[in-house]
Design a protein around this ligand. Structure first.
Ligand code: PFF
Length: 454
């Protein structure tokens, strides 16, 4: 079994694939709208603290655990939990479930963005005279079950196709090709946005904090988003780490992924808010922000069709490299646990994801009245996975690596392939401390605060 496990072509391939997983709808679609809804700069500061104190340490732990175990989540816990094996395997199963839930609704938004690439090509975007028109067009599309299910299907099938070809020939190849294109398009849009924001309102919104907007709920959203945006807390990076060479430097790779992800979120925020304020639109538009507002912004720009084509292509690429990472985690878990081939597993899992996504897809149209706790199916899947299951998964990973595994084993794995020196040992110890005490305590505190206990 061990010999048949695939590996990345090299370290850069891993970094691009893992950064491709991290950088996704979370950065371009979600980060701007939750920043818009939660008051801007103050939210961003809390989010950055969550990334630094919790997200980064847990991300390194997750990659490390994967490389150490060379397995998917369930087998990893089965092989290395000395006690309470069943409970730990249930944690692995929880990761698996979280993956299904996230993919179910994530593919829907990814499908919208792919649909908008074609809308841009056919000249439907960029001809609006107001944001109301653009919003109406968006509403018309997302409440059309045929449109939404068609693009949901196309997106699931595209991701399935990449994962079908495996780690090196599928995922790594697509990440190497798409990530640089993605970065170039984004730089272009940032420069354009800044040139629109003549009175600096967009920049002020992003960089001048107003603390009066912050509550515990905001902190929970920032924490959940830190996990979501880094792809941490459900075994995806564990799986990617399991394809990593024993001599690659995990501290470096992990930090690169976090830096890239954060940089890209901030760049997306810059591109979007400078355009939104520059054109006088409302930043607190919610999930429709990039679909409602940006087409109206594009309509007012010279060459707007080209910009909208670029933007939605960017969004689709980002979403694709993320969906394939989640799909790969699901597939790799089943490869470990069953005797089926990768190809069969990909087909069955993709079909299940398509079916699971249907209620989320219809939440914006005919099923918008089907609600639980006043939330649509889409909202429930999003809230449950991002705000509860991912932080819980992150907590489990932190506890497993810092409390269940031996510190010497963990630090040995961390230092593999790097020549040890005093600075490195200090960094390793700080990381272990953050993982063992700071991250778990903060996660638990945030959880307690929403249950109303504190
Ligand atoms: N990090 C991705 C994003 O920001 O869009 C979403 C995601 C991918 C979440 C993979 C979780 C995951 F395991």
């Amino acid at each position: 079994m061990e010999e048949t496990r695939e590996h990345w072509g090299n370290k850069l391939g891993f970094i691009l694939a893992a950064a491709g997983s991290a950088v996704g709808l979370g950065n371009i679609w979600k980060f701007p709208y939750i920043t818009g809804e939660n008051g801007g700069a103050a939210f961003i500061i809390i989010y950055l603290l969550c990334i630094l104190l919790i997200g980064l340490p847990v991300l390194i732990a997750e990659i490390l655990l994967g490389r150490y175990a060379q397995k998917g989540p369930i087998s990893t816990f089965r092989n290395y939990a000395k006690r309470h094996k069943k409970i730990w395997m249930a944690a692995g199963a929880l990761f698996f479930l979280t993956g299904f839930i996230i993919l179910g609704y994530y593919n829907v938004i990814a499908g919208w963005s792919m649909g908008y690439v074609f809308e841009s090509l056919s000249g439907h975007i960029a001809g609006f005279s107001s944001s109301g028109d653009a919003a109406l067009h968006f509403q018309k599309l997302v409440s059309n079950p045929l449109w939404i299910l068609f693009w949901h299907f196309v997106f699931v099938a595209t991701g399935g196709l990449v994962v079908y070809f495996g780690v090196k020939n599928g995922i790594e190849r697509i990440a190497r090709l798409l990530m640089p294109i993605f970065f170039l398009i984004l730089i272009f849009l940032v420069i354009w946005g800044i040139s629109l924001d003549s009175n600096g309102k967009g920049l002020a919104f992003l960089f001048k904090p107003d603390w009066s907007t912050i509550s515990f709920k905001t902190v929970l959203i920032a924490l959940g988003h830190a996990f979501f945006t880094l792809s941490v807390g459900m075994g995806v990076l564990l799986t990617y780490g399991s394809y990593l060479d024993k001599n690659d430097n995990i501290l470096f790779c992990g930090s690169m992924i976090v830096v890239l992800d954060t940089l890209i979120a901030l760049m997306a925020g810059l591109a979007i808010f400078t355009s939104v304020f520059g054109m006088g639109f409302n930043p607190a538009e919610g999930p429709g922000l990039v679909f409602n507002v940006l087409p109206a912004v594009f309509s007012m720009m010279p060459g707007g069709s080209l910009f909208s084509l670029l933007f939605f292509t960017l969004l689709s690429i980002a979403a694709l490299t993320s969906t394939i990472s989640i799909l790969e985690m699901l597939v790799s878990t089943l490869l470990d646990e069953t005797r089926f081939s990768r190809h069969h597993i990909v087909i069955v899992v993709s079909a299940l994801i398509f079916i699971l996504g249907i209620p989320a897809a219809l939440s914006f149209g005919s099923w918008s009245n089907i609600r639980l706790f006043d939330r649509t199916m889409f909202d429930i899947m999003d809230y449950l996975s991002a705000n509860i299951l991912l932080p819980l998964g992150g907590l489990l990973i932190a506890v497993f690596v810092a409390w269940v595994m031996k510190k010497s084993t963990v630090l040995n794995e961390l230092y593999r392939g790097i020549s040890e020196n005093r600075g490195l040992c200090r960094t390793g110890n700080v990381w272990f401390f953050l993982l063992k005490f700071v991250a778990p305590v903060l996660i638990v505190l945030v959880f307690l605060s929403i249950t109303g206990i504190i």
